[in-house]
Design a protein around this ligand. Structure first.
Ligand SMILES: Cc1ncc(COP(=O)(O)O)c(C=O)c1O
Length: 370
């Protein structure tokens, strides 16, 4: 047989497939459980906004038609709501697709990519696919990105420096004022990619400004956003990327013509209008994140300071993998981080109060027995 691996482009054969959180149905089937909750993929615990649901149902009735390839009405809504220039927006089937496209467009074997250690796994994956050198920069002791060390790692061949802010799977964030000063110092030849999948949950930074407002000042800035988290549309797959017109035009040439489906476009527009749902989501998250911090303090666990809709808990002294397995037996799916080589840490998505109570109860029982 022909060795098709040797035909594959770039570094595709060097990467492992993305490991997603276990689906609820799979856990029910495998363990014979009926009541399973998933606190593993940072989804919205309140489901979808009713307004978005209604818009998606309506749109599905026109499923025989291709969607608007340019997503005019969603871009228009983003412009109306936040003032973003429509020519600077690329829409994607989730922000993951847009990150992939950006890397496909700009990363190759002649360049390197810099990112903080324990970054969202897609950055190192796409760097490898492009045949580029990936440079992971160690975090500071408080698990935040070390901006000075990152600047020192960037050289004339650094095509992209990529951050998730707040980060995933760690959850820490760089304050706006520090990010702004950092971008100013990055050479203009390096693209600064700020992945803001968890932006809406990043409360408490009194210096916060919408980083997209810096696009006018920095030609090399790229900002990525998603409807998967705070807006509750993970299953519909829709996100957007903001960049200068030239970069946007390149991404638009590369993307598939109808990459965002008709239901996702309609739901995203409606979700942007449902401010009440967004507020309920963010308020619950802020309140419950505080409860996780209190729980961890009371139970001698170390929770990394989170600005996102999940918490990373260091179970040092306990077997985190065993805890994840036992929680699964109780119908609670959490996320081990072995893929990130963080074997003592579990990432737990913040759920509703009831879901979190269930986790606290089961975890307390487990901590007493193991
Ligand atoms: C930091 C970060 N960026 C991007 C994504 C991709 O999300 P989506 O493709 O659903 O927009 C995720 C998903 O978990 C993420 O954690």
């Amino acid at each position: 047989m022909i060795d098709f691996n040797s035909y594959a482009n770039g570094g595709i054969t060097l990467i492992k497939p993305y490991q997603a959180g276990k689906p609820i149905e799979e856990v029910k089937r495998e363990l014979g459980l009926t009541d399973v909750i998933k606190l593993a993929s940072n989804e919205n615990p309140f489901g979808m906004s009713e307004k978005a649901k209604e818009a998606a149902f309506k749109a599905i009735c026109e499923g025989n038609l291709y969607p608007d390839s340019n997503g005019y009405y969603l871009k228009h809504k983003l412009n109306e709501k936040f003032g973003y220039d429509m020519d600077c927006i690329t829409l994607g089937a989730g922000s993951n697709e847009l990150i992939n496209l950006l890397f496909q467009a700009f990363v190759n074997k002649n360049v390197n990519v810099v990112y903080p250690e324990y970054s969202f796994v897609v950055y190192p994956m796409e760097t490898t696919v492009g045949g580029a050198e990936g440079r992971a920069v160690a975090l500071k002791a408080d698990y935040t990105a070390d901006l000075d060390a990152i600047l020192n790692t960037i050289d004339e061949n650094t095509r992209i420096v990529a951050f998730a802010n707040p980060s995933n799977p760690i959850g820490t964030a760089v304050p706006s004022k520090d990010m702004y000063e950092f971008i100013k110092k990055v050479p203009k030849t390096t693209m600064v990619v700020i992945d803001e999948a968890y932006n809406e949950f990043n409360s408490g930074d009194e210096t916060y400004v919408d980083s997209a407002t810096w696009l006018k000042e920095f030609d090399n800035l790229v900002v990525s956003r998603t409807f998967s988290k705070a807006y509750g549309l993970a299953g519909l797959r829709v996100g957007y990327m903001l960049a200068n017109k030239e970069i946007t035009s390149i991404l638009n040439r590369l993307r598939a013509p109808f990459n965002v489906n008709i239901a996702a476009l309609a739901a995203a527009i409606a979700a942007l209008d449902d401010e009440e749902f967004l507020k309920k989501t963010v308020d619950n998250n802020t309140k419950e994140r505080e409860r996780y911090a209190t729980y961890c303090k009371e139970h001698g666990l170390f929770m990394i300071d989170s600005k996102a809709n999940f918490v990373a808990i260091d179970f040092k002294g306990h077997d985190a993998q065993l805890i994840a397995k036992e929680l699964l037996q109780k119908g609670i799916i959490v996320r081990p981080l072995l893929g990130y080589k963080l074997q003592d840490i579990l990432r737990i998505s913040i759920g509703t109060k009831e879901e979190n109570d269930r986790l606290f109860n089961e975890l307390t029982k487990l901590l007493e027995t193991i």
